[in-house]
Design a protein around this ligand. Structure first.
Ligand code: ZN
Length: 125
């Protein structure tokens, strides 16, 4: 991974609000416009309202008018790889085009694949 991107991910990891799990996650979402949106996981004492980093980034981008996306990097400084959860995959599937790439990384490992490999079938209306 590009050092500048990794440095940015590490910087944003400090913004993760994860006092309960201590599991910090950062998402970097690349838009068709060329803009990049960052998201972190935001936990809550009422666990079920916790928000993942991926959806934090996606919803921020969509709120700013973005509709086309090229890829997402999901990073955690933890030993546990931050694979996207089912809810985030479904949310991303609404906007993920054929070439949308997903990179999942921690400080030991990095995996990149097309979105369809992570989520081959999604719910669509
Ligand atoms: Zn998620």
């Amino acid at each position: 991974m590009d050092k500048k991107i990794l440095d940015t991910l590490k910087t944003y990891a400090k913004n993760s609000y994860s006092p309960y799990s201590k599991y910090k996650v950062v998402a970097m979402l690349f838009c068709g416009s060329g803009d990049v949106y960052m998201g972190v996981n935001v936990e809550n004492a009422s666990y079920s309202v916790t928000m993942c980093a991926e959806r934090s980034a996606l919803f921020s981008a969509v709120s700013n008018g973005e509709r086309k996306f090229e890829g997402i990097i999901i990073y955690s400084p933890s030993k546990v790889m931050p694979y996207p959860c089912g809810a985030c995959l479904q949310a991303l599937s609404e906007f993920a085009g054929r070439d949308f790439m997903v990179t999942v990384a921690n400080d030991r490992e990095e995996i990149s694949a097309n979105f369809k490999e992570f989520f081959p079938r999604s719910f669509k209306l």
